[in-house]
Design a protein around this ligand. Structure first.
Ligand code: NI
Length: 249
């Protein structure tokens, strides 16, 4: 069930049954010459909506722009400063908390969001929970789609070589499955991108000129994307239900 497609009386009624909600958190940033700029947002939105439909979980609108300063030397990338991101996540959580949501599951699609999400979650808890009874406290969780054990194992099976860490074949495969009409092709040279360190956006572009890190996204295909989405949906449902106590808190 999607929050955006509900009315307020429906949410009032929902809250008598469940105080849990998934907030998908994406990013808008370059994903190499063949990966879509919306990759991280598209991935978490699709997986969260599927899980919501399959297991009757409420899903908030996707938070579409994350902390991606290191991608800013590539056209089209967008980034929030960490303090802006933290403040916005805090306001989203406080809004939901005000209505009675007490289990907010931030379902993340971008590595650069993890540290600021964890910081935001601590801040929110310190601000909202003092003085509350134990059973009335807000709890938040941060989980990234690729961290489910089944998804991680599937990535290793599908791409024993050339998975890498940015513009990976797994994330590209998910977007190919989601938007088959937007599949791109380009020459990838070298076939598997280099790996290494970087300190800032210019540095990143110098070390990884086409935007990929360690990956060969030409391995991606929509059928793999479907398998990855199915595995992530299953992982998300189990993990969310564990977090909320079967959806009823
Ligand atoms: Ni990504």
């Amino acid at each position: 069930m999607q929050l955006a497609l509900c009315t307020w009386p429906e949410i009032d009624a929902w809250l008598t049954r469940s105080k849990g909600i998934i907030v998908p958190v994406g990013s808008t940033e370059q994903h190499g010459p063949t990966g879509l700029i919306g990759t991280d947002t598209i991935s978490v939105e699709m997986i969260a909506k599927r899980a919501g439909e399959a297991a009757n979980i409420l899903v908030a609108p996707v938070f579409p722009v994350g902390v991606a300063a290191h991608h800013m030397a590539f056209a089209g990338s967008m980034s929030l400063r960490p303090e802006t991101f933290r403040a916005a996540i805090r306001d989203w959580a406080a809004s939901l908390d005000r209505h009675g949501f007490r289990r907010i599951y931030f379902f993340n699609g971008h590595g650069g969001n993890i540290a600021p999400l964890n910081a935001a979650v601590k801040e929110i808890s310190n601000e909202l929970n003092p003085g509350r009874a134990e059973n009335d406290r807000l709890e938040c969780k941060v989980q990234s789609w690729w961290q489910f054990e089944s998804v991680h194992a599937l990535c290793q099976t599908l791409y024993p070589e050339g998975h890498g860490s940015h513009a990976t074949p797994s994330e590209v495969a998910i977007t190919q499955y989601a938007f088959p009409d937007a599949i791109k092709s380009a020459a990838l040279e070298p076939r598997i991108a280099p790996t290494g360190r970087f300190t800032n956006a210019e540095d990143y572009r110098a070390a990884f000129p086409d935007g990929r890190i360690g990956s060969n996204p030409a391995l991606a295909n929509p059928a793999d994307g479907e398998k990855l989405v199915d595995a992530a949906v299953a992982g998300l449902i189990v993990d969310f239900q564990r977090f909320t106590g079967n959806g009823v808190t």
